[in-house]
Design a protein around this ligand. Sequence first.
Ligand code: C5P
Length: 218
Amino acid sequence: MAVALVVAAGQGERLGSRGPKAFVQLNGRAMVEWSIAALRSSPLIEQIVLALPAGATAPAGCIGVTGGVTRNDSVQAALAAARSDLDPVLIHDAARPLVTAALIAEVLAGLDGVDCAIAASPVTDTTKECDGDHLVLRTLDRSRLWRVQTPQVFTRAALRQALSHSPPGEIAQATDEAMLVERSGGTVRVVPAPAENLKVTTPLDLNLAELLLSRRVD
Ligand code: C5P
């Protein structure tokens, strides 16, 4: 059985909200509650641990810990509070409230034979790499590019190895833990996921998430 770590300790400056992003109201619920509901409806998840802003209370039935300065600090704080017998470890951003139980099951199934499986959607735009002056260096082959999301699922051994063997500077810079697994020589598989599993960063994303959630048929 799996443990789910939900990182919800970010401040969300780009959203311009008054409080932490995970607690912004979204169609009648705090944003983080949508992810918790999806994780709770999954029979594969045994425990949910939340990394929260200082002073926030975990919803009933979840373990709450105070998050850290970086996203990875928050992941590590949640991992330290999780039951150590549960494997694999699923990591999810509270900023992705449109996650579904179906996607959770697909990513968990994707872990078969690899160290890490991550939700991602194919890149549909032409994508260019530029230098610091915005001059194009090259056009990337978009048929091989994926926009990475969460959930991300790890064997406990691979996550432990990636976190304990990566240099601290690399860990601080990592925008996800899959990156650390790649760099430590582990295998990472992409599991195709809908673009609707968007990350709420800006007010536009919040409006889109509201619209998509309001159209959901439960
Ligand atoms: O800032 P960004 O949207 O990339 O954050 C992704 C997720 O990581 C969010 O759910 C946010 O709450 C979480 N986070 C955290 N602790 C931090 C920074 C971000 O739990 N120090």
